[in-house]
Write a protein that binds this ligand. Structure first.
Ligand code: SF4
Length: 548
């Protein structure tokens, strides 16, 4: 029996419930009223009904005020809504319009929203500045970046200032040499030359300012970029890193796209397209990719091959590090290689399948923690999950072909797109359920598609994997995407495989929860979640774990 059940039982035993004074929480008032009655019986005190109700109201009001004060102190009153002007919010209406190369992005870890997004933003700003009139550029003396909200609260642990500076000096996420970012850690006072028009000046990490962590922002990951002439702002743009490496800015208008061949905004609609046209989920996805992006099937396949290759590379590189210490104050030792080695040992043969999937997820996730290149699927924090599945499918005895891997990546996209469309991919909005939960759902869909499962089984597998991450909070210790993130990727990958196993061993039509309901629950839970648990590092493990 839960506490709530016990309270309901207690309340139901009251002979006659008093009316609840206006402005008071009903449960709080009735519980105080019942407790006063119980205490009176034990102590032999007598209350008139009016005096007992008055006392209960006084105690309930005091408790309510205390709760509100605690909420204020914890920042619960911090903005928990997104601006309706954001395209990410507007796009939640109409059919899914996201395409593969917007979703799977290659860039430096450890976080798509706090590293890749900010780097894309400052690179965009740098590009805009290069196009300003020569007379404006002639006055320029520097560039400044201000980080707000979650970017300010946990940016240090994510290397947001290094990513922001790298973009300002003209480095792109997909092509930056991770050693360039590593050097910024080793030499934090180093300056970097920037050339804009005829002017050139030096920038350093001091030009990236950790500004207000709390306030009313259009998005929890808000930043501003400024071109300066001394103290005067010559040109300024406000940006938002809206999750998964996606970026927007004030006044953002999405690029023009074609209309999807099979429009859908829910899994039910997507599955119906597949079933009515006798197509697989991957077939429907490919037809839409071609129609929306305007690219050919060959171009899309080439992109998917590149992504699969990059995922395999992150796992291989991650496995090549044995017991190194990951950057940051946690002094966490890597363990992917050890888990992998043990998986090969015949003594532990019965553990092998799970150990290999876990080792691959740890390997890619540890690469993310090193700040090396990863692939958002859907985010940097969750970037160990899908690569583990790609590796397990291709490099194990299964030897799945590249064609099947493409199909799996497309089915994974379907789940990722739907979560982005109808809920969120940003931990700053929805906690870890939006990262590892979505990644696990994508991975389950991928396995099921690769194994030629029906659209219903693919949906069921994805649903199960996502369902069992609902409510998971984001509390990276010391703001570093390491604890709990690295092991969480391993669990997300193993859960994906479990979800596939369950989905293929049940009668598909008997599965009682549909994916759309679970995605709606993800969105509802994200809205209700205490903001402390949304990538602020102010609660959970981040609060309780003591680092020595
Ligand atoms: S706890 Fe989860 S959501 Fe938060 S940073 Fe880690 S992986 Fe990402």
């Amino acid at each position: 029996m839960t506490c709530s059940d016990q309270e309901d039982e207690l309340l139901s035993t009251l002979p006659e419930l008093p009316s609840v004074p206006s402005g008071l929480n009903r449960r709080g008032f009735l519980m105080r009223h019942a407790a006063i009655g119980a205490a009176a019986v034990m102590t032999g005190t007598t209350w008139t009904p009016e005096a007992r109700a008055q006392q209960a109201a006084t105690e309930a009001a005091a408790q309510q005020a205390k709760n509100e004060a605690m909420k204020d102190a914890s920042g619960l009153k911090m903005s928990n809504t997104l601006s309706p002007d954001l395209d990410a919010v507007r796009k939640s209406k109409g059919p899914v319009m996201t395409v593969a190369d917007e979703f799977y992005k290659v860039g430096p870890g450890p976080s798509s929203s706090h590293t890749i997004g900010p780097m894309r933003i400052t690179y965009d700003f740098y590009q805009r500045c290069t196009k300003l009139p020569a007379d404006q550029l002639a006055q320029a003396t520097g560039l400044k970046v201000h980080l707000f909200g979650s970017l300010s609260a946990t940016g240090k642990g994510h290397g947001t200032e290094r990513a922001s500076l790298a973009g300002l000096v003209g480095k792109e996420p997909a092509t930056v040499d991770p050693r360039f970012l590593d050097e910024m850690i080793a030499k934090p006072d180093r300056t970097y030359p920037v050339r804009l028009g005829g002017k050139s000046f030096n920038l350093s990490l001091a030009d990236v300012v950790y500004d207000a962590p709390k306030g009313e922002f259009p998005h929890p990951n808000t930043m501003t970029c400024k071109l300066m002439a001394g103290d005067k702002v010559l040109y300024e743009q406000e940006y938002y890193s809206v999750g998964g490496g996606f970026i927007e800015w004030k006044g953002y208008e999405p690029p023009k796209k074609g209309q999807p061949k099979y429009p859908y905004a829910t899994m039910k609609e997507l599955r119906q397209h597949a079933e009515r046209n006798n197509l697989s989920i991957a077939d429907v996805m490919m037809a839409n990719e071609v129609a929306v992006s305007g690219k050919s099937e060959e171009q899309i396949n080439a992109f998917l091959d590149k992504i699969a290759g990059a995922m395999l590379a992150t796992v291989k590189t991650g496995l090549s590090y044995k017991d190194d210490v990951l950057p940051g104050p946690i002094k966490l030792h890597s363990k992917a290689a050890t888990v992998w080695e043990r998986a090969q040992d015949n003594k532990y043969e019965s553990d092998r399948a799970i150990a290999m999937v876990a080792a691959c997820a740890l390997a890619a996730s540890e690469e993310n923690a090193r700040g090396h290149l990863v692939i958002t699927a859907p985010t940097g924090g969750s970037a160990g999950v899908m690569p583990a599945i790609v590796y397990a499918l291709t490099e194990s005895q299964r030897r799945v072909t590249p064609e099947k891997i493409r199909e799996g990546l497309l089915a994974g996209l379907a789940v990722g797109y739907l979560c982005k469309h109808n809920a969120t991919l940003a931990a700053a909005e929805g906690g870890c359920q939006a990262e590892i939960g979505v990644a696990s759902g994508m991975a389950a869909a991928m396995i099921a598609q690769v194994m030629d499962s029906s659209p219903q089984v693919i949906e069921n597998a994805a649903e199960s994997a996502l369902e069992h991450h609902l409510g998971m909070t984001c509390d990276p210790v010391a703001g570093y995407v390491q604890v709990p993130c690295i092991e969480r990727c391993a669990f997300g990958a193993v859960k994906a495989w479990t979800a596939f196993m369950v989905a293929t061993n049940e009668i598909a039509s008997r599965h009682r929860v549909d994916l759309d309901t679970t995605i709606k629950t993800l969105a509802d839970t994200a809205r209700d979640m205490n903001p402390k648990y949304k990538e602020t590092s102010e609660a959970g493990l981040a609060q309780n774990l003591t680092l020595c």
